[in-house]
Design a protein around this ligand. Sequence first.
Ligand code: CA
Length: 247
Amino acid sequence: MSLLEKTPRVLVVEDDKAIRNLIITTLETQGYQYSTAANGSQALLEAASSRPDVLLLDLGLPDMDGVEIIRKIRGWSEMPILVVSARSEDRDKVEALDAGADDYLTKPFSVDELLARLRVALRRVKKEADRGSRPEEKIYRNGELTIDYEAGVARRSGQELHLTPMEYKLLCLLARNTGKVLTQNYILREIWGLVLASDTSSLRVFMATLRKKIEPCPAKPIYIQTRVGIGYRMTWVERGEESEEES
Ligand code: CA
């Protein structure tokens, strides 16, 4: 709970009472504040009126689809949205992430996994709030990795990384969205401007070469995580975490 000064408030949107109670109990034990909604219209009302720090969202709701809720909320808020759904198909995950969700958890989920994903989501907001209060900040810092946006140079442990223009662009896109899962389609569209994203194999190749350059141990990446079949996420790494990994 040290990541935020105030206790984070979670809005739990779930029509299944048993799952809702499980989530609430979990949140209570961790000292989170929460409010709940059992359908989509309640969820939209509650999200707008109570401005939660994070939204836990079920997709299958009695009155509307969760993806519609994501789209509506993204029209006015960047609050982290963590989808918790029984839909386990890749295309459902991709649809929710493309609509603007931060992350996706499939039911049945482990309580530890839920809490870990919550912390990641909240950390993104905290970092963004910090950045917002220091608008002059032109340097991205994550563990031993830095990007000097003005100079167009990325470094690890002070050593300049020799990235191709495409790798640099890819790194910046991931960095700007640290903590958020980016779908393959989204990345392809942003970097290559492809509308029909069928070229995921070339993305994999680019990601592999980028990892070789930025990861201390490319076989066990700590910066860029893969969500198989879905996409990638840049993770916040603590300073010194790299050397621990290597030792
Ligand atoms: Ca449901």
